[in-house]
Design a binder for this molecule. Structure first.
Ligand SMILES: Nc1ncnc2c1ncn2[C@@H]1O[C@H](COP(=O)(O)OP(=O)(O)OP(=O)(O)O)[C@@H](O)[C@H]1O
Length: 237
């Protein structure tokens, strides 16, 4: 069981501060949400946790510091990241995309078979180019690739953007299942509506800071709307 502890993360791009002293905890077996508008700093924060974005502060998994490790080493420590924008090899087949991912991670054929077991639609389309898949199928392929190494900590950046409600429902079920299997899931979305009820807890991010922490999805939704000025802070509706 993996608890992720993130303390005092700062990300700077030149003189601009994108993340300012972000501190949070993500326990295993739960989905922890980070919600905030575009430009709030969610992607920069996730990059800092995964190790692909230069940052200061500490990242600890089950008491072990990993912030001194580059992203490639954090992958070996059980981190996986699904970035925004589905970065796939569009002119390679589904199978080739998974095989390349497995090769990069030094994993065998079994890992590819397990990924295809989890996503039957990808098995059906194994020989299709990634570029001809629907948006939902592409997102499943990116997720399948991220799951090849059976991660302990899974970072999902705007997983549902632009997808049909049916696909969003399937992805929510998958994420809930992964958390139930003990994966520490961290998910960034511009609003809670996309997540539905799957996040047991979460944080509101605004202008580079985590401004509210909530242990309850309804509370998080209200806090987010209040932070955006959508509801009256005093009345909470
Ligand atoms: N590589 C970069 N160089 C300079 N500034 C950047 C870079 N990446 C992000 N920023 C800036 O940092 C701030 C936070 O961006 P970030 O992408 O982390 O936010 P976000 O909440 O993920 O937004 P979005 O949902 O639009 O991706 C923004 O002002 C953005 O313009």
């Amino acid at each position: 069981m993996t608890t992720l502890e993130v303390r005092d993360i700062c990300v700077r791009y030149g003189s601009a501060v994108a993340v300012h002293g972000a501190t949070f905890t993500a326990p295993s077996g739960t989905v922890t949400a980070v919600v905030g508008p575009n430009g709030a700093g969610k992607t920069s924060l996730f990059g800092a946790v995964y190790g692909s974005t230069r940052a200061t502060g500490s990242v600890t998994v089950d008491g072990r510091r990993v912030d001194n490790l580059p992203a490639a080493r954090r992958v070996r420590e059980g981190f996986a990241y699904v970035p925004q924008g589905r970065q796939l090899f569009m002119k390679m087949s589904v199978l080739e995309n998974l095989r390349v991912g497995a090769d990069l991670l030094g994993l065998g054929k079994d890992s590819v078979d397990s990924a295809l077991d989890r996503f039957p639609v990808l098995r059906e389309r194994a020989q299709s180019y990634a570029g001809v898949l629907s948006g939902g199928e592409q997102q499943m392929l990116v997720l399948g690739r991220a799951l090849l190494a059976t991660p302990k900590v899974l970072l999902l950046d705007e997983m549902t953007t632009g997808l049909a409600p049916k696909i969003v429902g399937q992805l929510r079920t998958l994420v809930t299942d992964l958390a139930a299997e003990g994966v520490t899931v961290l998910i960034a979305e511009p609003s809670l509506a996309a997540l539905g009820p799957i996040a047991a807890r979460g944080y509101v991010m605004q202008r580079g800071e985590l401004i509210v922490a909530c242990d309850d999805p309804a509370e998080l939704d209200t806090a987010y709307k209040q932070s955006m000025g959508v509801v009256d802070a005093a009345r909470g509706n």
